[in-house]
Design a protein around this ligand. Structure first.
Ligand code: GRF
Length: 218
């Protein structure tokens, strides 16, 4: 039986698109079924991607709620009403309350555009460039109360190149995001990910070979 997921977005929805391409209604025998796409912004372009794919969408405008806790309660209700058993944050730009996060512990994942635990928070690409790291990337992790923490499921590394600016680096990382988010969700849906303490352990996966060097030693 496919894992029923709710995808939460706030904007562009390119990660949502990667998930649609991997698990959308057009995919036979998908291990994942997207039962609802929820946005806190009525104008999020990602909503159109969802509608185009024939997915159910819902808008919960955070501005119409007096308090964060009320918004999260409504969010929880929508997710459950759609029959979702798992939550995927895909560029969802709202901080969630402790209660909501506890309710979905080990059943909610996020993608962060940096190799955690480096560069938590916003402007990760700018800070990576300023710091001069030679490898940067992205991380899929289970969500915990402290922002951008939680058991790490998958990471992808990309080189930082001398003529990079924020946009170039962001688009290189984004291409990697679109590969690891479906990969991580598939592993979870297939029951290959367990949380032990605060670490995610993945069974029966081939190890990648080679080492990513930057600069390369040619
Ligand atoms: C991505 O960079 C993701 O890592 C971060 O927010 C951005 C969302 O982009 N959490 P998109 O809406 O999926 O295109």
């Amino acid at each position: 039986m496919a894992l029923k997921v709710a995808v939460l977005i706030s904007g562009r929805g390119s990660n949502l698109q990667a998930l649609i391409d991997a698990f959308g209604p057009q995919v036979a025998d998908s291990p994942v079924r997207i039962v609802v796409v929820l946005s806190n912004r009525p104008d999020a372009p990602g909503l159109e991607r969802a509608a185009k794919a024939g997915l159910k969408t819902a808008i919960l405008d955070h501005k119409s709620f007096a308090a964060r806790a009320e918004f999260d309660l409504a969010l929880d209700r929508e997710i459950r009403a759609a029959g979702a058993e798992f939550v995927v944050l895909a560029g969802f730009m709202r901080l969630l309350t402790e209660g909501f996060i506890a309710a979905w512990k080990d059943r909610m994942i996020n993608i962060h555009p940096a190799l955690l635990p480096s560069f938590k928070g916003l402007d990760t690409h700018r800070r990576a460039l300023e710091t001069g790291v030679k490898l940067h990337g992205c991380t899929v992790h289970f969500v915990r109360h402290e922002t951008d923490t939680g058991p790490i499921i998958a990471q992808a590394a990309v080189p930082v190149l001398p003529d990079d600016d924020e946009a170039k680096l962001a688009s290189r990382v984004l291409r990697a995001e679109h590969r690891i988010y479906p990969l991580a969700l598939r592993l979870i849906a297939e029951g290959k990910v367990r949380v032990e303490g605060e670490r995610a352990v993945i069974d029966r996966m081939p190890a990648p070979d080679g080492v990513l060097l930057n600069p390369a030693d040619s």
